[in-house]
Design a protein around this ligand. Sequence first.
Ligand code: LRH
Ligand code: MN
Length: 431
Amino acid sequence: MPDPATESDDRGDRLASNPPRPSASRRLAAATNGWTKGKPMTDTDIINSAKAALRGQRIETPSWGYGNSGTRFKVFPQEGVPRTPREKIDDAAAVHRFTGIAPTVALHIPWDKVDDYGALAKYAADQGVALGVINANTFQDNDYRLGSVTNPDAGVRRKAIDHLLECVDIVDATGSRDLKLWFADGTNYPGQDSIRARQDRLAEALRETYDRLGDNQRLLLEYKFFEPAFYHTDVPDWGTSYAHCLELGPKAQVVIDTGHHAPGTNIEFIVAFLLRVGKLGAFDFNSRFYADDDLMVGSADPFQLFRIMHEIVQAGALSPDAGIAFMLDQCHNIEAKIPAVIRSVMNVQEATAKALLVDADALTAAQRDGDVLTANGVLMDAYNTDVRPLLRELRADMGLDPDPVAAYRRSGYAEKIRTERVGGQAAGWGA
Ligand code: LRH
Ligand code: MN
């Protein structure tokens, strides 16, 4: 390992052999301002390949992100909130119209329960979107006080498993690919139940559900280190989810909800690890300052989101055919919901664009040479690049308004839903 103290002098001759390439921001500025005329098309290639990747990016929005939500202290209802799954789909379609990269909406059962899921899928298609991940809900029934699939009572476990199987029927009916499972299951006091026995019950329920999946369907298992359980949670971390997914088989994948980790957790390590073993199925993107705050992704820690997308880009896992579902899982307790979702999609786009501008050759060379500062510098260069001009240009190329939030505000959609959606029961968590 090179001695950092003497790092500079032998770096000299390396610099001679491959002069440092202009920084990401200089290359971006050069390319977007046509300074590259006559220069080899390298920078423009980089920009164009970044644009192509960004154009192919897909972000799924959550139906519950359009409904009322809050905390145990208060849910502040908002005007114009959808009352039905169809109105939630309308709002998701609006987000797609202004961002161009959010063509699917995740459903949550029973919050989005309908009699005819095929008709709902048709309705979504008519609005220009498709139904995405189906989320089961075993955390709001009175019977689940001591757990759902891990409950000591076999009858309660049966009820929970039947709900999971019903959700697979819904995946069939909507033509979706994924069933997503998050269990609130856990205990509040040491001794309350057998941690080991609960793992056996969980494995049994997962097995029965997994075996019900169709060939091209997946079971996505989400983890969370606490809440609503405050002593132990039955799927508390990525390792537990990974172990159960390994035990189940290839159709079982891990979901990383960016708000579900103990403070200080290096989430991009989990991303890199699961990508390496082919077990990363999806993200629930949001951000937090403290616990599972479910704030707009990238709003609390944009650098963390960049580091996560850097691992994704480096692994070539950004494009939809890499199989990772990039979803938002957020609650807009005090802010206007649709512009918040649009802003969130833009935050993921910005983090992705910066990750796509990382000079991978320079990074690999510096890492190979143990050149710590240069390696970190290459990443920070990309992170500190203002990619908003590039994204505005991309949206214009896609026939979209360069500023989706402003375009949404000018569209009159907010006024339309405020006047139309009067009466009826505004959608919410129904907790
Ligand atoms: C649990 C969770 C899970 C969803 C719910 C809406 O905290 O992240 O993904 O089912 O939020
Ligand atoms: Mn989640």
